[in-house]
Design a protein around this ligand. Structure first.
Ligand code: FAD
Length: 338
């Protein structure tokens, strides 16, 4: 259904990743009329598309939580306030029309909003892949760049490539289920210190300064040749599977044309999480500010700051401080009773 300018939302959130979902909850808490749109057919952003079954250890309140379960909880939290959620809706254009914004989607629909929160993550993203003919041929046949179902690796001889958080998290999750060798091209790991310590105490063979030279196998991965990048000495390992965690290539796409300042391939925000265009806020992986950390936990805080500022923008008489959520919810309960 095509919306009309009579249907102007208080806030439209671009991106239903964890940060956009939390922002939708928060805006509901602030009694704003909320629309949340995502270009994908599913909600949850990177958690759903890249690591649905991975354990996350650094979200407040959860000693550990499976990524897809966190998305389910975030959605349940947001759904309390009945936001309008549109999936398969990629926003291509964003412009001010008088005192509201018009968002144009790839599917031809238009959306109208007093404020906008860009929670578009890293824009379009794809895993960085091995530049190697056999790697192209054997992708999904023993060679993986993302894990949809960890059981694929159970009982297997697994080579994990990489030294960042994803590599470490998968080693921790799979160490009791697979025979793991981990290689990393340097001796410095970029993962959380605690994860590095934990992995060192697991029954995992770790080879630093090693990279993949060749992947061998007809229809599926059977062996891999790795080499020491200091000496060029080669080793052949018999493996059933290879899981590469080499980072991601990202592309801001249409966001570059929306008129907001871009810095470091991200949207620049001030301390209020407002972009260089009034009324347009940003939060999560998409933003750049001097203290930026690309984590779910910090994205949640940014979402709360952005939404409280957007609330004032829609009504300058509103309080910036939202009150405590228990007060707001208790008030809601009382309203329901009367
Ligand atoms: P995203 O999750 O990227 O969601 C953004 C959404 O916006 C996407 O769904 C996208 O489709 C949508 N979108 C983009 N452009 C448009 C558009 N033009 N129109 C409509 N929709 C659009 N962080 C942690 O804190 N702990 C971890 O353990 C952890 N592990 C990770 C493991 C891996 C393998 C990876 C890749 C990342 C990990 N992260 C972790 C990082 C974490 O996933 C991100 O910080 C988080 O997803 C950022 O959330 P977001 O909502 O800002 O963006």
């Amino acid at each position: 259904m095509q919306t009309t300018p009579n249907d102007i939302f208080d806030i439209t959130i671009i991106g239903a990743g964890p940060v956009g979902l939390y922002a939708a909850f928060y805006a509901g808490l602030r009694t704003m009329r909320v629309k949340i749109v995502d270009s994908l057919g599913v909600i949850g952003g990177q958690l759903t598309t890249l690591y649905p079954k991975k354990l996350i250890y650094d979200v407040a309140g959860y000693p550990k939580v499976i990524a897809e379960d966190l998305v389910t909880s975030l959605y349940a939290q947001a759904a309390q306030y009945n936001p309008v959620l549109l999936t398969d809706c990629k926003i291509e254009t964003l412009k001010r029309t008088g005192d509201f914004f018009t968002l144009g989607a790839e599917n031809g629909t238009e959306h109208f909003s007093k404020t906008v929160l860009i929670a578009a993550g890293v824009g379009a993203f794809m895993p960085r892949k091995l530049d190697n003919h056999d790697a192209v041929r054997l992708e999904h046949h023993g060679l993986y760049y993302a894990v949809k179902d960890p059981k694929v690796f159970h009982g297997k001889r697994l080579l994990v490539v990489g030294g960042g958080d994803s590599a470490m998290d998968w080693v921790m999750a799979l160490a009791n289920h697979a025979d793991i060798t981990q290689i990393h091209r340097r001796d410095k790991f970029t993962a959380h210190e605690d994860s590095i310590e934990k992995v060192k105490n697991l029954p995992v063979k770790i080879l630093t300064f090693h990279e993949i030279k060749q992947i061998i196998g007809e229809d599926k991965v059977e062996k891999v040749v790795i080499f020491d990048n200091r000496t060029n000495e080669e080793k052949e390992l018999t493996v059933d599977a290879i899981l590469c965690n080499l980072g991601f290539l990202t592309n801001l796409g249409p966001i570059k044309d929306w008129g907001v300042d871009i810095f470091n391939n991200a949207v620049k925000v001030d301390i209020n999480m407002e972009t260089t265009l009034e009324g347009i806020y940003a939060a999560g992986d998409i933003v750049w500010h001097p203290a930026k950390l690309k984590l779910i936990a910090t994205g949640f805080g940014e979402a709360a700051i952005a939404v409280n500022n957007a609330r004032i923008y829609t009504d300058p008489n509103a309080n910036f401080f939202p009150g405590h959520s228990s007060n707001t919810n208790e008030k809601k309960q009382k309203e329901k009773v009367h």
